[in-house]
Unconditional design. Structure first.
Length: 95
């Protein structure tokens, strides 16, 4: 794969920031609870839309899936930026 030139990084970095923001705004627990169980996770249990509340209300499988989505949505932008040879300080912003 062809390496990105340092001159292209300032143009691609803002796009990756927007991409990271959009991906980070997705809530895995909310998506799983709504589509698979038809419930709003923010109204059940501790009202926290996280993997722990998913485990308590829907079981280990749902909690693991919510945690996995949270893990992936944090690593995908960083790995994509790393592939394009962004500097470590730029990768920090993407996380």
């Amino acid at each position: 794969m062809k390496s990105i030139t340092p001159y292209m990084q300032p143009f691609l970095f803002p796009l990756f920031l927007v991409f990271s923001y959009i991906i980070g705004s997705l809530n895995g627990a909310h998506i799983i609870a709504k589509f698979f169980y038809g419930k709003n996770i923010t109204l059940i249990g501790t009202t926290n839309a996280g993997a722990g509340n998913m485990v308590r209300n829907f079981g280990l499988r749902a909690g693991f899936a919510a945690g996995a989505i949270d893990f992936v949505k944090g690593t995908v932008p960083v790995m994509a930026g790393s592939t394009l040879n962004f500097s470590p300080s730029m990768l920090l912003f993407l996380a």
